[in-house]
Design a protein around this ligand. Structure first.
Ligand SMILES: [Zn+2]
Length: 723
């Protein structure tokens, strides 16, 4: 069983609950009648958060009857229920079989799965000091609980028994893979260790859970600081940036002033637009030093401890390093293969940065600015180059990019490619008035699932964008349709005013919708292998691929219409957009890769104690990191890696998946259209519908007719391969 998967974008991430690849996944509640154990325990419970979901569409979360007070008691009661179910499976009479062991595990923990789905929503979408207190209390408890399951000797003995006889048991290919996955996950979590090692492993996991929560808390505290400015400090800033800064000031009780909040969404526009170099430097320094300022919110000691515990855990489990342990079940399989991809791209990307810096320096010199490009200058001069070279200002796109039209465009895309239909429904409860729900049906009108959309920023909601599944598709006890959600942080306008977004935000919208489609198109038997439950370095492939449809003429001509005139986006602007598509890819690739390389090297370093600042400085120097930019996420603020295990030694995944993405997009181009029916059908058959029922490399090969090639990625980013 696993925590509800939360899939986040590389561009927009802050610390979010991380999915983890542990051997844990409670089954999901379905429309079928609750099992007898469930019915009896539910009868004792006073918490609606535990009850099987009822209502239309195979049952929906009863948000109208749930509140935060139910989370802690609900989680504890659900853990107790799951523990009882596990005991029954572990001590069943007779020989272990697929049905009484593996399938029984799939059917266990359904109440916990329901509570975890709601808990995930409260911690990501509805967080408050009370919810944070529940989180701090429950995370170590949950870590210990899940360890107890993987360390249950009687249970593992039965799993192992089924595993050793799997070839002769007449199982389907999906069942065989499920047996292999369950067994492997148990072993990877220490099921074969001796008693002392198991005790130590569990202590490590619980200490780590506490450290992850502390890391996130420190980061949030540093991001909640702000630099206050006066009207004379606003030179160069656009009206929309000034307005956002004034709103942020008012929220802090600083009426009539302007603040730059220490978050990426506030800092990036300031660095791009402000002509005050002194202030750019001040804002930049505050941002890149999050978690690295000494004092109560400093993350360095926490990181040193996390790395030591991870290295110790890897050794206990029989792996040379944490990176080797983490990558074993990934598509890359080994750190060496992930490093090889990163190193192939690093040199060409650094070369492109040097070219970009030369362009910027030339403009600065021509203007007589008398400066040498520094990291706080990059965004500012890059915009000047963009305007100079491509005569293209991204802001002119905004009036054409209305959130609701783009949403309709995504629905249209899903209809063209996959025959899906989206119909708004109002007969299910939601957890906030901003949330809307659509019913998804196929060409025959059969229910495929529900799509919940929570688009707007608000207090208590994490920043960034993400997808998660409240319920996975499955059918081994009857057809269960999925419930997926997309979440974003768009700024809500006045009532009735259309919400306009940037091109990057529009891409993110399509990205998250790609994750949602991966969940919706799932067509498997068992929930553990459904939808997005695939390796970390494969899961971003379907999402990144769907970004490619935003720029198609079919979408732009129909859905990118001017907010006032209704005119479609002019072809001349589309041409400029495409011409500028490789612009600044040196910066984007190097700031990302520097983080990905540091992540991998930190987790390959073994068990020598690590000083994060020194390690980062020395490693970047050895790599030849250009002076004019920094890592996208410096170590003390690297939430992907230190607010959970999920992306640790895994930040490379975005590049790995993007290599698949670029290559897959070219399959459509080669077929003559991004809407080519045969190619779309192969994508469904070999990638989107199969979840984790097959090896990802096999799925990609079936779709593309060959193994992945790096060439398309290099073309996409305008990089020249090293000779
Ligand atoms: Zn994603």
């Amino acid at each position: 069983m696993s925590r509800p998967a939360v899939l986040i974008t590389a561009a927009l991430l802050v610390a979010l609950p991380q999915p983890d690849a542990l051997a844990r996944r409670p089954g999901r509640s379905g429309p079928s009648s609750p099992s007898s154990t469930e019915a009896s325990v539910t009868a004792l419970s006073t918490h609606p958060v535990l009850a099987p979901w009822t209502g239309p569409y195979g049952g929906v979360p009863p948000f109208d009857r749930i509140d935060a007070d139910q989370l802690a008691p609900g989680l504890r009661e659900a853990m107790a229920m799951y523990r009882a179910e596990i005991d029954a499976i572990a001590h069943a009479r007779g020989k272990a079989t697929f049905d009484n062991t593996i399938a029984a595990l799939e059917d266990a923990g359904r109440a916990l799965s329901r509570v975890m789905a709601v808990y995930g929503i409260y911690t990501s979408n509805l967080s408050s000091p009370a919810v944070q207190a529940v989180e701090a209390e429950l995370e170590p408890e949950l870590a210990g609980f899940f360890d107890a399951i993987t360390q249950n000797d009687a249970l593992f003995a039965r799993v192992e028994d089924v595993y050793t006889r799997r070839d002769k048991a007449g199982l389907t290919p999906e069942q065989q893979r499920l047996v292999w996955l369950v067994y492997t996950r148990f072993v990877r979590q220490g099921a074969k260790l001796d008693a002392d090692s198991k005790t130590r492993l569990s202590a490590i996991n619980q200490e780590l859970a506490g450290l992850y929560t502390q890391f996130s808390k420190h980061l949030l505290a540093d991001e909640d600081t702000a630099i206050t400015l006066a009207e004379t400090d606003l030179a160069g800033l656009s009206a929309s940036t000034r307005a956002a800064m004034a709103t942020a000031a008012t929220e802090r009780g600083l009426d009539g002033q302007w603040v730059v909040v220490n978050t990426r969404s506030s800092v990036d526009p300031f660095l791009t637009e402000s002509s005050r170099r002194d202030l750019r430097e001040r804002v930049w320094r505050a941002f890149v030093n999050r978690g690295d300022n000494g004092g109560e919110t400093d993350n360095n000691a926490i990181i040193t401890r996390i790395l030591a515990l991870r290295a110790e855990r890897a050794k206990l489990l029989g792996y040379p390093t944490h990176a080797h342990w983490r990558l074993e079940p990934s598509m890359a399989h080994t750190p060496e293969r992930a490093m090889a991809l990163m190193e192939a791209v690093w040199g060409p990307a650094v070369a492109k940065v040097h070219a970009e810096v030369a362009d910027m320096q030339a403009i600065a010199d021509a203007r007589g600015d008398g400066i040498t490009i520094a990291p706080w200058d990059y965004h500012f001069y890059q915009e000047l180059v963009r305007k100079d070279r491509y005569d293209f200002d991204q802001n002119v796109l905004r009036p054409y990019l209305q959130l609701e039209n783009l949403r309709e465009g995504m629905f249209w895309m899903a209809g063209e490619l996959y025959g899906l239909h989206f119909t708004a429904v109002t007969d299910v409860p939601v957890y906030h008035p901003d949330v809307r729900v659509w019913k998804v049906t196929d060409g025959d009108g059969a229910l495929v699932g529900l799509w919940y959309f929570d688009p707007y920023a608000r207090s208590g909601k994490r920043s960034g964008a993400w997808m998660n599944a409240y319920r996975d598709q499955e059918r081994f006890h009857g057809e269960v349709t999925t419930i997926v959600s997309n979440n974003a942080n768009f700024v809500k306008g006045a009532p009735g005013e259309p919400v306009l977004v940037s091109w990057d935000d529009a891409e993110t919208l399509f990205h998250e919708f790609g994750h949602a489609l991966h969940g919706l198109l799932s067509d498997v038997t068992y929930p553990t292998v459904a939808g997005t439950s695939v390796p970390r370095d494969y899961v971003e492939f379907p999402s990144q691929l769907h970004e490619h449809w935003l720029g198609t003429p079919e979408i732009l001509s129909r859905f990118a219409r001017h907010v006032e005139t209704g005119e479609p986006l002019p072809q001349a602007l589309i041409d400029k957009l495409h011409a500028a598509s490789t612009f600044n890819q040196g910066f984007g690739t190097v700031e990302y890769l520097a983080s990905a390389l540091i992540d991998m090297k930190l987790h390959l370093a073994g068990d020598t104690p690590i000083d994060p600042d020194a390690f980062e400085r020395d490693t970047l120097a050895a790599l030849g990191m250009p002076d004019e930019l920094v890592m996208r996420h410096r170590t003390p603020q690297f939430g992907h890696v230190f607010s959970g295990d999920g992306y640790s030694a895994g930040y490379y995944s975005y590049l790995w998946a993007d290599t698949l993405t670029a290559d897959a997009a070219e399959a459509f181009v080669e077929a003559g259209s991004m809407y080519d029916a045969a190619t779309a059908k192969r994508l469904v058959d070999d990638v989107l519908s199969v979840g984790n029922t097959i090896d990802p490399a096999d799925g990609f090969r079936a779709f593309r007719g060959r193994d992945v090639s790096i060439d398309a990625l290099m073309r996409d980013r305008g990089l020249v391969p090293a000779e």
